[in-house]
Design a protein around this ligand. Sequence first.
Ligand SMILES: Nc1ncnc2c1ncn2[C@@H]1O[C@H](COP(=O)(O)OP(=O)(O)OP(=O)(O)O)[C@@H](O)[C@H]1O
Length: 504
Amino acid sequence: MSELLELNGLTKAYPGVVANDDVSFSIARGGIHALLGENGAGKSTLVKTVYGLVKPDAGTMRLNGSDYAPADPRAARASGVAMVFQHFSLFEALSVAENVGLGMENPPGPRDLGRRIWEVSHAYGLPLDPERRVGGLSAGERQRVEIVRCLLQDPKLLIMDEPTSVLTPQEVEVLFATLRKLAREGTSILYISHKLEEIRALCDAATILRGGRVVGECDPREVSAGELAERMVGETLTAPKSRNASVGDVVLDVAKLNLPPVSKFGAALRDVSISVRAGEVLGIGGVAGNGQDELLTALSGERLAPAGTIRLEGTDISRARPTARRRAGLLCAPEERLGHAAAPDMSLTENAALTGTVRKRLTRNGFLDWRRTRDFAQEVIDAFDVRTPGPQAAARSLSGGNLQKFVIGREVLQGPRVLVVNQPTWGVDAAAAAAIRQALMDLASQGAGIVVISQDLEELMEISDRFAALNEGRLSASVPTADLTMERIGLMLGGAHDLEAADA
Ligand SMILES: Nc1ncnc2c1ncn2[C@@H]1O[C@H](COP(=O)(O)OP(=O)(O)OP(=O)(O)O)[C@@H](O)[C@H]1O
């Protein structure tokens, strides 16, 4: 196999950090090449350089034997480089075909475009109806739109940034079949993921980054996932410690909560009942868009609930606003890090103040006490090993996984009575994910009630005492995790509610 893309000495520094440091490796034609590394290792910076979004300070690239230095993504696409981002850039109110057309340099006429979308999507096992509105599509279907948009440009290199984090296990299989087919046809794939077993199943080469430098190359099929993880972090990993499951009184009690969807494309909550005891972790599984956002905003107080539906340690807080709920001890960490959980252009200190003022007493005489706030941000950075030059850094300058560690740490260190988290380890590397899970379990051991909403079933099985499934806005009765099989979980996720035991 010959090389499609060669990277030679790529270097890119940001204030206080060298994101890529003399990075050299090559990607084979028709190869599926994994880019591995813990959060902040420099993976995104590197692929953004290849896609023309970042200009390197030093180093060169060659594509297909010719010098390659894309001035912008348009130039990269013209050279045959396509990228599917972790965050989709689709317009919900437009159709599949309209969205695809908007992302193309020279889209064909509407009828032709519709026909080609249908053909390409079916040929690659990702069937799409060009006429459907994107707003009504699942996350997996939206990703198909992004992939098909890339395929219509006939790419030589397809870059995928953590593509499976939004997919169900079945959708992952379909995606892998598509990528293998593309590779057989000669397209190269550069694949970023933190899911090491997936990398072992899919990729035929891997480059490992640590601190911006290449620290290893291997064939992931010949190395265990544990070994890969250890090479990434440069140390031995420990599995989470189990804890004593001594549970206390009910701390969070939700009774028959009904709420309309947050948007036209959300799901209404229907008769949702939850009961979480002190010391307990309740895992809520389900495919995104089945009421997760509605549940989180109802619990955080961003949307008020009908009186008598939500009780915290016996007190009705259904009509209380977010600040009052925080004061009472109910804290929430939403899924979307930039925008919802953190303000991108604000510093980490300012972001610490966003949710920390009441419980960490960050105000004095009605004004923010900047020193205390900065100290709190620093405390989060230290305790959760957030890689950043310091609390003055803007939230958007952090790598995705490091910002996630900050957002979760900020809530955990406020000593909540009840903590609700949505996708707590999304985009977080194996070592940091283990640390976040351990922190949630430790918090439960200290007597808090924890609700973990996640699409990662293995994560839920690892840390939850009980499991419930959210499907079209209905929450199943919860079942002790120890009694569950994957088959039963599948049935619960599919909405077969009558199969479960009654709530204990
Ligand atoms: N625009 C920027 N300004 C300042 N620093 C940045 C910027 N972009 C990235 N960095 C820093 O560069 C380093 C590498 O970040 P990068 O996003 O490439 O890591 P990553 O390996 O993709 O991490 P993750 O897995 O968490 O997404 C990090 O320390 C990050 O904080």
